[in-house]
Design a protein around this ligand. Structure first.
Ligand code: PEP
Ligand code: MG
Length: 767
């Protein structure tokens, strides 16, 4: 049994030895992909460490009879074990092996000088549903010196004993001492130039082109969009340079002597200088092709060049569509000329897909939707979600950009056109159509795309590096898409809607309460929230309490009692309903409390459709009654979705809140009197109406004055032009749809950079 394994000794088969991360790095290394060199302290080494330091007995004793539901006890004991591990004297031979391996890394790749390394936990427990439970995904960057490396490895070992990990193992009856962890020690690249390579041109979706972006220094600037890089278009057939745009590169990212990343002004002679030579472009293109071949799909690759050597730091599939459905998502550029347009509506979820029309007049017909069909209906309802998941695309008669069909399809990554007014009549059962969810156009027949190319979810091989001061969060409506949302690399969840947790059960919450009792309803909420909290841990998630419109809940089993309202959007919903039906709200608060006790410290609470400070007070009182501490323990905020809340935001702040989130879907409809679900007035629905923007600006600036954080989780947060304004006004975070995260991240980074540059310029002018 080896204590250390080098990448050339590992492959995907070696998860038991090197953990998931270590094994995958080995696989890439042996496929001749130029990943930075690394060695792995094996899972066996961890077990050897525990045994030789006689920690197994001590750990067993500490954890004997632990009550994991007692949060204080759990945290104390977890900390005690972690300290034991960190402070233990590492067995001499293991320590020596790590030091020798680090020195070899320095000799081979650092000219004998101590080099900076990243130290990362690599979980082996692939049999667990979420390997991150086995050990936190701890990473220590910019570590230098053999002793520091040894300490870093010990810290990673200790991450197997976080409260969450212990809790989970107890719950699942896993033996604490049978789980092991490997640790990857990898050279950090200090590049002279770096950037991104797309093996397919993502702008015009031309599969015969590759795009390489490059800038000076570290890659963080390009990845985050803070630096405008040079762009090189490569002909994929002969690897020749087709076109290039040389940008003015005002700033660059560099690493200082302590290993910290910092931004400096680009030296004058480099600002407008071309970053990549023809020869480097050729070498990069060859690597790009190698990686695409290895992964068998178009890839988005982060590269870096240090001492003329190319490194591939990360590789992800380019697109955001679902591989299982293998949807035909293609550029909609050339389609208008290719096909016969038979219907138009509002493009609500991007992508193009073809299939057979299946018209759902009634939920009882749901079974006729098969994998790959086009679901056509008046308006989707929550009980149609299983069919929506199977559909290649969705078309509705009714609705605007924030209706049910639009929100859910965006989350599923399924092309969708809403508000066609008469799709259920003009389209015929079983006819084949092509839906362009971006332009809102439906074509007759199937329009073939240029080249088959599987589309996949953005499975992260590590989240993208995020360097925006404004946090980029993601919206989640269905807990089952949590993994996909987490893979965007977002900083957390800015809005986790509760509605689908209930709608997914098909049963009205009052019926669950009456027939199964409080605990059952608490568990419905807790199970949904846990799924998302897990996928994002330790990134924060913001759980919003139930905003149940009567029309959506009437369809549930036991929902017959829901009042029939003239306009449900102005009716019994939001927190006013929550406070009328405290028995349900209570269960939601208890669910959050339960998860806090399980060790999930990453859950925030938010309430919907607030109009009055009294509502904030009442929720706090109820939370206090159930033992949930919204003053000191759980971050608590309100949604600003009504002009009322925006105008009296100062009074709401006085009640004591940590944050507000702008719900522009509702704020827009209530400000300009446009029903967000009414396709007849959808063209007047404008989130950038000056009145809406004025309310938003007022809220952000007032909150800033009072030290209250601000976010946005309405659809406007996925619009680049609006986001620019929000950043200028000083918003703290933006929560966007899954498909918009990349664009929004870049928009935010550019806006921030512009603000900094303007400030620098102003400062200079003032001197
Ligand atoms: C909003 O109103 O902007 C919002 C995010 O809430 P929902 O779309 O769930 O009403
Ligand atoms: Mg709302």
């Amino acid at each position: 049994m080896k204590l250390i394994a080098w990448l050339d000794e590992l492959s995907n088969e070696d998860v038991d030895i090197a953990g998931g991360k270590g094994a995958s790095l080995g696989e890439m290394w042996n496929a001749k992909l130029p990943v930075p060199p690394a060695f792995v302290v094996t899972a066996y080494a961890y077990q050897y460490f525990i045994k030789e330091c006689k920690l197994d007995k001590k750990i067993k004793e500490i954890l004997n009879n632990i009550d994991v539901n007692d949060s204080e006890e759990l945290h104390k004991k977890a900390e005690k074990i972690r300290k034991l591990i960190i402070n233990a004297k590492m067995p001499k031979d293991l320590k020596l092996s790590i030091i020798e391996s680090y020195n070899k890394l320095c000799n081979d790749f650092g000219n004998g000088k101590d080099i900076f390394v990243a130290i990362r936990s690599s979980a082996t427990a692939e049999d667990l549903p979420d390997a991150s439970f086995a050990g936190q995904q701890d990473t220590y960057l910019n570590i230098k010196g053999a002793e520091e490396v040894v300490k870093g490895v010990q810290k990673c070992f200790a991450s197997l004993f976080t409260p969450r990990a212990i809790f989970y193992r107890v719950q699942k009856n896993f033996d604490h001492l049978k789980v092991a962890l490997a640790v990857v020690v990898q050279k950090m690249v200090n590049s002279e130039k770096a950037g991104v390579l797309f093996t397919v041109n993502p702008i015009n979706q031309n599969y015969d082109e590759m795009v390489i972006e490059g800038a000076w220094g570290l890659g963080e600037g390009v990845v985050s969009g803070t630096v405008t890089p040079d762009t090189y278009i490569i002909d994929k057939n002969n690897l020749s340079l087709k076109n290039m745009i040389i940008a003015r590169k005002e700033i660059m990212f560099v690493r200082d002597e302590n290993g910290e990343t910092k931004t400096i002004e680009t030296p004058y002679d480099l600002k407008e200088k071309r970053v990549l030579s023809d020869e480097e472009l050729k070498r990069l293109s060859e690597k790009g092709i190698l990686i695409e071949k290895h992964y068998k799909r178009p890839m988005d690759i982060e590269w870096a060049i240090e001492d003329e050597k190319i490194y591939m730091l990360q590789a992800r599939p380019i697109t955001t569509l679902n591989e299982e459905k293998n949807k035909e998502k293609k550029s909609s550029e050339s389609m208008e000329s290719e096909g016969e347009i038979i219907l138009k509506g509002i493009g609500a979820s991007p992508g193009v897909a073809s299939g057979k029309v299946k018209i759902l007049h009634d939920i009882n017909e749901i079974d006729k939707i098969e994998e790959g069909d086009i679901l056509v209906t008046k308006m989707t309802t929550p009980d149609m979600v299983p069919a929506m998941k199977k559909a290649n695309a969705i078309v509705t008669d009714d609705g605007g950009l924030t209706c049910h069909a639009a929100i859910i399809s965006r989350e599923l990554g399924t092309p969708c056109v809403v508000g066609t007014q008469n799709a259920t009549e003009s389209l015929k059962e079983n006819m084949v159509i092509t839906v362009d969810g971006e332009k809102g156009i439906i074509y007759k027949g199937e329009i073939k795309k240029k080249e088959e190319c599987p589309q996949v979810a953005p499975v992260a091989m590590g989240a993208p590096i995020i360097i925006t001061a404004t946090e980029i969060m993601v919206n989640v409506s269905m807990p089952e898409v949590a993994e996909r949302a987490a893979a965007t690399g977002a900083d957390g969840v800015g809005l986790l809607r509760a509605e689908h947790m209930i709608l997914g059960t098909g049963v009205h919450p009052i019926k669950i309460l009456n027939e199964k009792g409080e605990e059952a309803l608490v568990d419905v909420f807790a199970d949904g929230i846990r799924k998302v909290a897990d996928a994002f841990y330790p990134r924060p998630i913001t759980y919003r309490t139930l905003d149940a419109p009567t029309d959506e809940f009437r369809g549930l089993e036991g929902g017959e009692e829901e009042p029939v309202e003239h306009n449900p959007m102005l009716g019994w919903r939001g927190i006013r309903r929550g406070l009328d039906q405290k028995e349900i709200l209570r269960c939601e608060l208890l669910a959050v409390k339960k998860l806090r006790n399980e060790g999930y410290k990453n859950i925030k609470l938010m309430i919907p459709l607030v109009t009055n400070p009294n509502e904030v007070r009442a929720v706090k009182e109820l939370a206090c009654e159930v033992g949930l501490d919204l003053e000191n323990d759980v971050e608590f905020g309100v949604m600003v979705e009504t002009p009322a809340a925006a105008l009296i935001i100062e009074d709401i702040i006085k009640e004591g809140i940590d944050f507000v989130s702008l719900g522009t879907n509702d704020l827009t409809q209530y400000t300009i009197a446009i029903d967000r679900n009414n396709e007849y007035v959808a063209r007047y629905y404008k989130e950038n109406h000056p009145a809406v923007l004025k309310l938003i600006e007022h809220v952000i600036k007032t909150c800033k004055k009072h030290g209250v954080k601000t976010s946005i989780c309405g659809q406007a947060g996925s619009r680049a032009s609006i986001v620019e304004k929000l950043v200028k006004w000083g918003i703290t975070s933006i929560s966007a749809n899954i498909d918009a995260i990349d664009t929004i991240r870049k928009t935010v980074a550019r806006t921030e950079q512009r603000i900094i540059l303007e400030e620098i310029r102003d400062g200079k002018n003032n001197k």
